[in-house]
Design a protein around this ligand. Sequence first.
Ligand code: PLP
Length: 447
Amino acid sequence: MPHVARDLFQKCREYRDSADARAQGFYPYFRCIDETQGNYVVCEGERKIMIGSNNYLGLAHDERVIEAACKATRMYGAGCTGSRLLNGTIKLHVQLEEALADFLQREAVLLFSTGFFANQGALASLTEDGDVILCDRENHASIIDGCQFAPAKLVPYRHNSAVSLRNRLRRQPAEAGKLVVMDGVFSMSGDIADLPPQLEAAKEFGARIYVDEAHSLGVIGPKGRGTVHHFGLNDEVDIVMGTFSKSLGSMGGFVAGDEQMIEYLKHRARCLIFTASLAPAVAGGVLKALELMQKEPERVEQLWRNTRKMHEGFKRIGFKIGSTQTPIVPILIGSEARAFQFTQRLYEEGVFATPAIYPAVRYGEAIVRTSYMATHTDEDLDLVLEIFAKLARELGTFDDPAYAEPGKRKANVFDFRLQDPEGEDALRETARVAPRNGAGVHPAVSR
Ligand SMILES: Cc1ncc(COP(=O)(O)O)c(C=O)c1O
């Protein structure tokens, strides 16, 4: 009797979500950029204002950063062709680690090839069986996924709520090792972590504290040092993680902490040991970007002028922008279909942004996620506001019941086979989060 195995690829053949969205003319992902100067891109021969990038300080396109990346390539080659542990450590890696440790006032720093790996490497290596990781419910996917590699139990708590955190901490075995993890600035809502009371709760229960500064570096805190410095709590927070894929205009990530902890990670984090190190161009470019970020504080100041202008501008038009306090400005649309339609019309009008839907945001609270840069001009921003106002009128955004009562509407024309939203928390409460690579997850959500 021949062995008949289930066809693993059947689900791929049945997969229709993106094709359906394309057929309706609303597919917003994987748009190809032919040219870019940062605040502008050219797609399909047309210039668009970019408001969907995390290039907060415009450093990805700074000539000095580009030159440093080229110089590093000429000096060390196009790649390191090996892991840090073996043959892939170059002087630029060590210099970048030292520069970051100095900037963040930490004993030591360890680079990873992406921010995603930095979270995965740290969370998986620092916890053991019987430990507990307490996670803000709106933490980034790399934290949630990192927890899947960790032997610890994952316990979510209500977004930015010290009360919820304390309640969850109270229910854990007293002797369990505990790690509280939160984004410093949340990637979808733009909220700043309410760090002081959460830190107090963590301390009360002997928990270590870990802050992901991906969206806060170069954005908040003195000289852009991040959320932990913004609150003056650098000495109290055990671990800080960050990325180079946002303000520092490149890719890669890092973990910062005390020397002994970094030494341990260097020899335990599998996604450091078994992957190639940061390319020389990346390390050279980031080193220069870090230097410029400190030398040119006017970039951060301009970023905040632009941020305030957009917060006020969107509110004046009548948009709901949630509780954002940062350059990440989520524009609530409500239903997913309308968020896709709105984004498509933006694109046609010359504005590049992307929608975020469940599970990147709460169910029924689809947004157009926008983010601003120091290099946006007043003209760019005025035009963006004008186009948003025009489209809100054209598409009846404010008259949509899903806008008035976000979260209540269940209709979803693209049928992404969403999971029961009530079931989500139950799922996350389990010792390990079930992999979300199937039903309910749109392929292109970013959180
Ligand atoms: C909060 C947060 N942490 C980590 C990451 C992962 O960073 P990277 O893009 O460097 O892998 C991201 C990226 O979007 C993020 O928003």
